[in-house]
Design a protein. Structure first.
Length: 231
């Protein structure tokens, strides 16, 4: 729980902090800089505490792992509490350090319609969980690259969806800033959308996960060689 709280704290502090600094100081960070910051901080924290807690940092990811039988249900509430606590402390820190005006708000608000933002949040959350499932739960993947793959996926998602929905992908990332600044516009989108996307993404990967055997074992079998010769 401590690892999840600390990891979530720094993910929110760095990512949302980049948004605040960019809005308060004449776009010094720039939009690409914000995207890179989100990707880098997730990557750094995955490598820092991933071996302790699994580095979920996201209630939607924790719930999906449980549904896919990769995480015990009894620990889900504890992880979500830790993630919400980390986000709350990070949001509070930013509010203390900066004069967060409405123009410097670091939460997520739909730029267009709620339906448009809901759709894109589901899609990018699907992509995130699909990648996490592939690089972090499949023994055939190169596990050492999981942090890089997940961080780059976050960065890409923010590039694509940032101007539309804010690219939350994480209920904890949106809920606490909304409560801190009492701005609840479209908040339901970020509570419902990410879990839908991550659950479908996780289940989809499990659907195509045809075996638990590593590729090097499959290539030794004659049946595999016969199959490849027919392609």
């Amino acid at each position: 729980m401590m690892a999840e709280a600390i990891g979530t704290y720094f993910v929110i502090f760095a990512g949302c902090g980049a948004v605040v600094v960019n809005n308060l100081y004449d776009d010094k960070v720039t939009f690409p800089g914000i995207c890179v910051t989100w990707g880098l901080i997730v990557m750094v924290m995955v490598y820092s505490v991933g071996h302790i807690s699994g580095a979920h940092f996201n209630p939607a990811v924790t719930l999906t792992f449980a549904i896919c039988r990769l995480f015990p249900y009894k620990e889900v509430p504890l992880y979500i509490i830790a993630q919400i606590l980390g986000s709350m402390l990070a949001s509070g820190t930013l509010c203390v350090l900066f004069d967060v005006t409405p123009n410097a708000y670091f939460g997520t608000i739909p730029a267009g319609s709620n339906g448009q933002s809901l759709g894109i949040e589901i899609i990018i959350s699907f992509l995130l969980m699909f990648v996490i499932s592939g690089v972090a739960t499949d023994s055939r993947a190169i596990g050492e690259l999981a942090g890089i793959a997940v961080g780059m996926t976050i960065m890409l998602n923010v590039f694509v969806a940032g101007p539309i929905s804010g690219a939350s992908i994480n209920p904890a990332r949106s809920i606490e800033p909304a409560f801190m600044k009492q701005n609840f516009k479209g908040l339901w989108v970020y509570i419902i959308g990410p879990p839908i996307g991550t659950i479908v993404g996780g289940l989809t990967y499990n659907l195509i996960r045809f075996t638990d055997k590593p590729l090097r074992e499959l290539t030794k079998s004659s049946s595999f060689l016969r199959t490849m010769s027919k392609v």
